[in-house]
Design a protein around this ligand. Structure first.
Ligand code: M6R
Length: 361
């Protein structure tokens, strides 16, 4: 049932081009976006996105999309904090709950808190029969197929895809995107399965680097903009399955404290596609190298051409339009964690202390 793979996690990482293509076929049709007609963002004053773990990082990426594309203010929070904060919620707002299992206790409690307080509750779930799907006003399936590995992989990329289509819809509804621009973004999204396949070809290269990473006691991940949540996701993946201490930071925050951790034993993994923020991230990366830090730079050809000097290792990703780069960069984040864990010999699919579905708070 692992389809020839050593672990479910490896199988699920490899499945991403196929499941993402399924989700694309569902949400992007020749007529435009296929989303329920009662979803209308035009008169919404705010969005609240709530989730746990990896699903929360998907929300964190989506915040960049909703704010930049649809000019819609977005609040994000982890469910275990949100539910006890008694947050005031505008009646003209939507609340979105993202959950692979649809059974996460804190996320479900957060949904119940929002019910009747907001105009609509929306669930982005993998299990359509789950409690979160049933109790929300609108449930949107991510169509990732059954995910067995405790470390969430294909669910993350499919969550991102559904959130991206929602952000495009919001941008259209609110008059911030023309039909032609929408069509262009849809074309870009349709490139993703092919690009993911190419990113998966980096498997062997990442396997080799991960042998070295498996010797580390601490690993840092850096990113800026929508790559910041990817740094957090990379760190979460690594710690949960390899038990190596890892932290993700916004590149610009480094000099406000974490740079004190840098030494030659602490690998620093930098996610930096050649986008508008590239130069800023590279200057943070150089600060790391100036302090003896060894950097693994994950970028594209353009980025590596200008910034590889002095870097410990480079990984060349395919080029991808800036906006949806987080969906593609999920792949190296997952593969680094996977191969490092395999090199350490940990139980990849069933890491200690963790459960696939966290139904107690
Ligand atoms: O089923 P959910 O998406 O609600 O689960 C949320 C988190 O428990 C989950 O993403 C967890 O962080 C994963 N183990 C991460 O790989």
């Amino acid at each position: 049932e692992k389809g020839g793979y050593k672990h479910f996690m490896a199988k699920e990482i490899a499945e991403q081009p196929v499941v993402l293509a399924d989700a694309l076929r569902h949400y992007l049709t020749t007529d435009g976006l296929n989303l329920p007609s009662e979803l209308d963002f035009s008169n919404i004053s705010r969005l609240t996105l709530v989730a746990c773990g990896t699903a929360f990082y998907a929300c964190s990426v989506a915040k960049y999309w909703f704010e930049s594309l649809a000019r819609l203010p977005v609040e994000i929070d982890v469910a275990s904090e949100f539910r006890y904060r008694e947050p005031p919620l505008p009646t003209d707002s939507y609340a979105i709950f993202v959950s692979q299992s649809g059974e996460t206790a804190d996320t479900l409690a957060a949904l119940r808190y929002c019910d009747e307080k907001v105009a609509k509750t929306i669930a982005v779930v993998n299990v359509p029969t789950s409690s979160i799907a049933r109790e929300s006003d609108i449930a949107l399936p991510i169509l990732a197929g059954v995910e067995v590995g405790v470390a969430s992989t294909k669910a993350f990329t499919c969550q991102l895809l559904v959130l991206a289509t929602l952000a495009l819809k919001a941008a259209r509804d609110r008059g911030h995107m023309s039909e032609a621009e929408l069509a262009k973004h849809m074309e870009t999204l349709r490139l993703l399965p092919g690009l993911l396949t190419r990113a998966l070809d980096l498997d062997e290269a990442l396997n080799i680097v991960s042998n070295d990473l498996s010797e580390a006691r601490d690993v840092l991940f850096l990113g800026r903009g929508a790559m910041y949540p990817l740094a957090l996701e990379g760190a979460l993946k690594l710690k949960e399955i390899s038990y190596i201490h890892a932290e993700g930071y916004a590149s610009g925050e480094l000099k406000h404290g974490p740079i004190a951790l840098i030494d030659s034993h602490t690998p620093v993994i930098v996610f930096a596609p050649h986008d508008a923020l590239f130069d800023k991230t590279v200057s943070n990366m150089q600060e790391v190298m100036a302090r003896g830090g060894k950097v693994l730079l994950v970028s594209d050809r353009k980025g590596l051409d200008v910034a590889s000097e002095g870097v410990w290792q480079t990984v060349q990703m395919p080029e991808v339009p800036d906006l949806f780069a987080p969906i593609l960069y999920a792949v190296p984040a997952q593969l680094i964690a996977y191969h490092t864990a395999v090199a350490k010999g940990t139980d990849v699919d069933q890491p200690r202390n963790l459960a696939k579905s966290v139904t107690v708070e």
